[in-house]
Design a protein around this ligand. Structure first.
Ligand code: FAD
Length: 510
């Protein structure tokens, strides 16, 4: 019997968690930790500076956000009403492959497999037939998106609508305010003030307390750095190096502006490739969010602002606002008693709306490995391993969009099309080019279907298909494809228009 004795060796529990920063990352962390940790024994304090403010962008998300909201008890109707949210069924890419082309990267999966043969393989074999057509015909979220319709998925797997998957567009400031209400109701203490200095314990190098500009001291056992690009504690105090990815992801600036809402209310984020970057369009209830992400080595700020304004589809509701950033990540995310979550940990640019997800993922892993004051190295290492793998997997998927561009003759795009990519991405593209084969590895956030949508959407085609498809009965397969396309299109036609669904949900908010 050795199990009983080990408890005696455990270090003292964490009594006080301090979160530095009140942007989306800070308030998501506060709401989630309040839900799990706040009780009579543990204190949680969030420090934020009104003078410094937040980055104020981050409006498009991916489906796991729904599980996050549900876990912290956020009701969907109340959330949609409070944050100006709309529904998102995927991303429409314009001009990334052919200059005049478009494709959709929808959420969820297309069709179903055929006796174990992946759907996309069946489609690859028959796609040239006029009666088969694009992959998105067989993808519930894509068919609904093209019709600007929305409904919630149903659980019954025999119904096509069970294959719908969705996320949200929302106003980042309103979302942070919504989460603040949840966190404060859960017992989080908010302190307004600027952290001016950080004190470290000499012996083990742990952060012991923060000194605010007005002289107040905030001590703690665990410090969560949500200070944004400043990375005050992890990059600053702990001096954990930054791994720069700008040779793969060279965009380093954005200019943003809201414009008037334009109907129909589309349930997709739009990303339009431009001369030296790309422009996003995010439909909200009360406005449309727009931004141009670009490389400052290829475009100056005035030209970028002009390009953004010329690409709006409604009157601008303000002046263009510039932002700078650097793509990459910290070499470690957790060091001693500091864990970085959000932009302080790294940034991949917003092309696939993954930043808020990486915040959520960081929170979940921190809670799964929540330490005591011993900060067991084996647990810290595991957190770093998991987050590194997650960042790197997302990195490869984002780089794919640039690598696979078809914009020949534009210096920015030519350089990206011919660049050397990470080996992990190069081997995935090479495998796909052979017979269309793709696998979802443990750390992947994106599914095989997502990879197929982007690869083929941007003109990367395999030399052949999986030979197993040839053992299927072609006539049966074609009849099944026709049946699927028909079922998806009838299901979409029966859904409410997206704007009506949003109105209905708002009206039913508590
Ligand atoms: P911030 O919002 O910068 O918050 C930092 C906080 O730290 C603030 O409260 C600040 O006051 C505080 N702080 C800093 N220093 C101090 C100090 N010394 N003392 C006290 N407080 C301090 N993500 C998506 O998921 N989807 C998107 O569509 C998307 N679009 C984006 C577009 C662009 C151009 C950029 C740059 C980012 C985008 N992101 C997107 C990322 C998203 O904005 C961030 O991941 C998210 O907002 C989290 O930011 P944050 O909370 O880490 O940082």
């Amino acid at each position: 019997m050795d199990g009983g004795g080990s408890a005696l060796t455990l270090a003292a529990p964490i009594d006080h968690v301090v979160i530095v920063g009140g942007g989306t990352a800070g308030w998501m962390t506060a709401a989630a930790t309040a839900h799990v940790l706040a009780n009579g024994r543990r204190r949680i304090t969030l420090v934020e500076s009104d003078d410094i403010g937040t980055i104020g962008v981050g409006e498009a998300t991916i489906p796991p956000i729904r599980a996050f909201n549900a876990r912290i008890g956020v009701d969907e109707a109340g959330f949609v009403a409070a944050t100006g949210a709309t529904f998102k069924l995927g991303i429409e890419f314009r001009g990334w492959g052919d200059r005049d082309g478009r494709y959709l990267h929808p959420f969820g999966d297309p069709g179903h497999d055929f006796s174990g043969v992946p759907f996309h393989q069946v489609w690859l074999k028959h796609r040239h037939r006029p009666d088969v057509g694009p992959l998105q015909r067989y993808w519930m979220s894509a068919v609904a998106a093209d019709d600007a319709r929305f409904d919630r998925p149903r659980a019954d797997p025999s119904l096509p609508i069970s294959q719908l998957n969705y996320a949200y567009h929302f106003d980042a400031g309103l979302y942070a305010a919504h989460l603040r209400r949840v966190a404060e109701a859960g017992g989080i203490r908010r302190v307004e003030g600027r952290v001016a200095a950080v004190d470290q314990h000499g012996e083990n190098g742990h952060v012991t307390y923060l000194r605010l500009a007005d002289g107040r001291l905030i001590d703690g056992d665990l410090f969560i750095d949500c200070s944004g690009f400043r990375s005050l504690l992890l990059g600053g105090t702990m001096a954990v190096p930054f791994q720069d990815w700008s040779h793969w992801l060279p965009c380093d600036r954005a200019v943003t502006v809201p414009s008037a809402r334009r109907d129909p209310l589309l349930p997709v984020t739009r990303s339009t490739a431009r001369t030296a970057g790309w422009q996003w369009r995010i439909p909200l209830q009360h406005r449309t969010g727009n931004g141009l992400v670009y490389s400052s080595a290829h475009l100056d700020e005035d030209a970028a602002a002009g390009m953004l304004m010329a690409g709006l589809d409604g009157p601008a509701l303000g002046d263009p606002r510039p932002l700078s950033f650097r793509t990459g990540r910290r070499a470690r995310f957790w060091h001693r008693n500091v864990v970085a979550i959000g932009l302080s940990a790294g940034f991949l640019e917003p092309l696939e709306s993954t930043s808020i997800h990486l915040v959520q993922s960081g929170i979940q892993k921190l809670l799964a490995l929540f330490p005591d004051r011993g900060f067991a190295p084996v647990e810290v290492d595991e957190y770093n391993r998991l987050m590194t793998a997650q960042f790197d997997a997302v990195r490869d998927f984002v780089i794919l969009h640039y690598k696979a561009n078809g914009r020949v003759g534009e210096p920015f795009w030519d350089a990206l099309r011919t660049m050397a990519v990470p080996d992990s991405l190069a081997s995935r593209i090479n495998l796909f080019r052979e017979k269309g084969r793709l696998f979802r590895y443990d750390d992947d956030l994106f599914s095989v279907a997502s990879w197929v949508a982007v690869l083929t959407g941007q003109g990367i085609w395999p030399r052949g298909h999986d030979p197993l498809v040839d053992s299927l009965d072609d006539q049966r397969v074609l009849a099944a494809l026709a049946g699927l396309a028909d079922a998806y299109s009838r299901t979409a036609a029966a859904m409410p228009a997206h704007d009506r669904f949003v109105d209905y949900l708002r009206a039913s908010a508590p």
